[in-house]
Design a binder for this molecule. Structure first.
Ligand code: NAI
Length: 719
């Protein structure tokens, strides 16, 4: 809806009214059209101001309308009518003007923004382009390079930057609507011809071809197969090379392609999935609405290695006081320097003072006595972690939440070491912890809803996307990674090379293939865990073959590399070779290829030609199958939780929606049929055996992903 009032005698004020962000729903569009007509027909009205209620101009199109039959007046003619109006129209931008909201403002003759407002065209992040003239007006207003940057990245800009770029005409610290009304009165009667952006020529540098070629290369590299950023470049190119009307036609054509591509659907699903994970629930029935978080003002981090440093930075940057504890004197000194450096660099980037004084350091645990929450990040060693939790339980004030950053150890074992196991949860960050968006909040059987709510709230405060998950080996992310890694190793045994497997996965859209990632994170990490589990060496007492553990196929390839000191990038050798330790440029390694040949000969394996499809299906479908098991076990509440974890924590390409959405796109019957096929060929690999929930979903006619929760509930009730 839109409300109309006449203010200051001669200004028609149109206020968009649609909670929460005044999205351009059919009702709002109808309201704007009607109120514009009224303002233009009233002779006393000499100019018009458009604003939004509750301090928000407009958040853009109403996503809920996507994919449905459009009702109400279409956006493009509405914006054209505003631009063509005979009376000046001023946009009073408070809060946000995003997507269609900014396109509406660009159709106005003037734009006044509040100093705290942000504007942008984020359509690309939903697999679309600004198709209500945004791709044609913005380059005409601010030039091609700046428009390309904004439209292809979807980034939001502050009012100050918008003023500098020329998107807005004025920025104010005062009441924006009052300022806009005064402004509107002043410009009443002035010629509007110079204010209609669609009539502007597009300022384009002389080397336009080279500019667009470069832009195209850049977005193709970053897009990892996403087509919307490419279409955005094409649309801006149309603005630069075609008359406005033809440019609008091109914008429409490109948008039609994007709409039908499937990627837009995946990205829109993902948009809602991110919201869904905030509405967490536990199998006990505890839910986000009914579980109150406790305030956390002061926190402690125990262990200042790779993870502890990043976690300290993330907490301090969010304004929390942090007690940072490290027992090794040398590590403590190094950590102090590293943390200060990270805080200083971060502050410089965001133009604020570094939060150095928020962190106090200690080499013993005593100063954590008065903190509200502790995050333990010592070595991944259960005995050590148990000891630390016993100490924390003895030292901390009553009510302190005790959290572990373990990558996969049993949270319940840690909770059992404390006086109040209900206060213990996992807070599983991803490296680098101050950068990566994902946080898995892991509840054990004894964790209280308050503890989960507090960890989720803290995650939000420090800018993370937090997902609540149940307690099991590897939680959600690392548990699903296990069969994926396992398949990659089996494929090497059967004849593939690390380069080929990585190439297939990177073409699919992962930032890095499985072997490159292993080299980056260090092969020794998993090796130590396998050694602790007694897997890295065959058990001599059982007489089982080297490639079998606990009756299942096992590949010792990773263990053999570690025994040779090949830990990945850090040692300069892993699945690839590097110029020197620490270098990031991976090169195929002839040594590794002969090693694989010898290995196959030793074990009587005959290398065969493995194609692209087999790599993709075995790696991805085994991971997806584990995802279904996780849903069946109630470790994740729904497919959205898994998808958000995979996109934010494991670089799953966002335009494919996440592994569970991808499975739905491929077709659950196809995933089931291929898993059955591979399991028949490899009966000693249990992770390829299709799980019950997948079979159940297929038997139920493969319902759409938003209906899976109902089937999962039924499966749980039958257990
Ligand atoms: P790290 O080896 O870099 O650092 C561990 C630090 O803990 C060392 O500085 C050590 O001196 C210190 N420490 C050991 N005992 C201590 C004690 N009693 N009190 C205080 N400090 C103590 O290890 P990293 O990589 O930071 O891992 C820490 C935890 O985070 C592990 O549980 C790991 O599984 C988990 N994790 C690691 C990720 C990674 O990518 N490195 C990702 C996610 C979780």
């Amino acid at each position: 809806m839109a409300q109309y009032t006449r203010v200051s005698g001669s200004v028609g004020l149109i206020t968009l009214q649609s909670p929460r962000v005044n999205a351009l729903s059919a009702a709002v569009r109808q309201g704007i059209v009607d109120m514009m007509q009224r303002a233009l027909s009233e002779p006393e009205v000499k100019s018009v101001v458009i604003c939004g209620q509750n301090g928000i101009f407009c958040g853009g199109a109403d996503i809920k309308e996507f994919g449905k039959n459009m009702s109400g007046p279409p956006l493009i003619p509405m914006i054209h009518a505003i631009e063509a109006a005979s009376k000046p129209v001023v946009a009073a931008i408070e809060g946000i003007a995003l997507g269609g909201g900014l396109e509406l403002a660009l159709g106005c003759h003037y734009r006044i923004a509040h100093a705290k407002a942000r504007v942008g065209l984020p359509e690309v992040t939903l697999g679309l382009l600004p198709a209500a003239g945004g791709s044609q007006r913005l380059p005409r207003l601010i030039g091609v390079p700046a428009a390309l940057d904004l439209i292809t990245t979807g980034r939001h800009v502050t009012a100050a930057e918008a003023l500098k770029l020329g998107i807005v005409d004025q920025v104010t610290d005062h009441n924006t609507v009052n300022v806009a009304v005064k402004f509107a009165k002043r410009v009443a009667g002035q010629s509007l011809d110079p204010r209609r952006i669609s009539t502007y020529p597009c300022p384009c540098p002389s080397d336009a071809d080279a500019l667009f070629e470069k832009a195209m290369q850049k977005v193709r590299r970053a897009a990892r197969g996403a087509i919307a950023p490419v279409a955005c470049v094409q649309a801006v190119r149309a603005a630069a090379t075609l008359p406005y009307n033809q440019g609008m036609e091109r914008e429409k054509e490109l948008m039609a392609t994007l709409f039908t591509s499937g990627q837009a659907r995946a990205l829109q699903y993902f948009f809602f999935a991110q919201r869904a994970v905030g509405k967490w629930s536990m199998p006990s029935g505890a839910r986000w609405e009914t579980s109150k978080p406790r305030p956390v003002h002061k926190a402690a981090v125990i262990g200042l290695g790779t993870m502890g440093r990043g976690i300290t930075v993330a907490l301090a940057q969010a304004g929390l006081s942090v007690v940072a504890v490290e027992t090794q004197e040398k590590q403590l000194m190094e950590a102090k320097q590293a943390i200060s450096g990270m805080l200083e660099r971060g502050a410089k980037r965001s133009g604020v003072a570094p939060a150095l004084d928020k962190v106090s350091y200690s080499h013993n645990i005593q100063p954590v006595a008065d903190v509200d929450l502790v995050i333990e990040a010592v070595f991944e060693d259960m005995a050590l972690k148990k000891k630390v939790f016993q100490q924390l339980s003895a030292v901390c004030k009553p009510g302190t939440f005790l959290c572990s950053n373990t990558s996969g150890l049993d949270i319940d074992h840690l909770a059992c070491q404390t006086r109040n196991p209900e206060l213990v949860v996992g807070m599983h960050f991803f490296a680098p912890a101050h950068v990566m968006k994902l946080l898995e909040v892991v509840y054990g059987p004894k964790s209280s809803p308050h503890a989960v709510a507090t960890a989720m709230q803290l995650g939000k405060k420090i800018g993370k996307v937090s997902v609540a998950v149940g307690n099991c080996r590897g939680f959600v992310g690392n548990r699903m990674l296990k069969p994926y890694l396992e398949q990659a190793l089996f494929l090497l045994e059967e004849g593939a090379t690390p380069e080929f497997v990585d190439q297939v996965l990177e073409e699919f859209g992962f930032a890095m293939g499985v072997f490159r990632v292993s080299d980056l994170s260090g092969l020794d990490v998993g090796w130590r865990v396998r050694m602790a589990d007694g897997l890295a060496q065959p058990d001599p007492t059982t007489g089982q073959p080297v490639r079998v553990r606990q009756g299942r196929r096992y590949s010792p390839l990773g263990d053999l590399l570690c025994e040779q000191g090949r830990f990945g990038q850090k040692t300069g050798r892993g699945w690839y070779q590097y110029d020197k330790p620490g270098s990031q440029v991976a090169k195929p390694d002839p040594w590794l290829h002969s090693f694989l040949d010898e290995y196959r000969t030793r074990h009587g394996l005959v290398a065969r030609r493995i194609d692209h499809q087999e790599v993709l299906e075995r790696c991805l479908y085994s991971l997806i199958n584990e995802g279904f098991r996780i849903l069946e076990d109630g470790i994740a509440a729904g497919p959205e939780d898994i998808d958000v974890i995979y996109v934010f924590g494991y670089s799953w390409p966002r335009h494919r929606g996440g592994p569970m959405f991808y499975a739905a796109t491929v077709g659950l019957n196809k995933v089931l049929e291929r898993l059955e096929h591979y399991h028949q060929a490899h009966p000693d690999v249990p992770s390829l055996q299709p799980c019950r929930l997948l079979r159940k979903l297929v038997a139920g006619g493969s319902p759409p992903i938003h209906k899976w929760r109902e089937v999962i509930k039924k499966v749980h009730s039958q257990l």
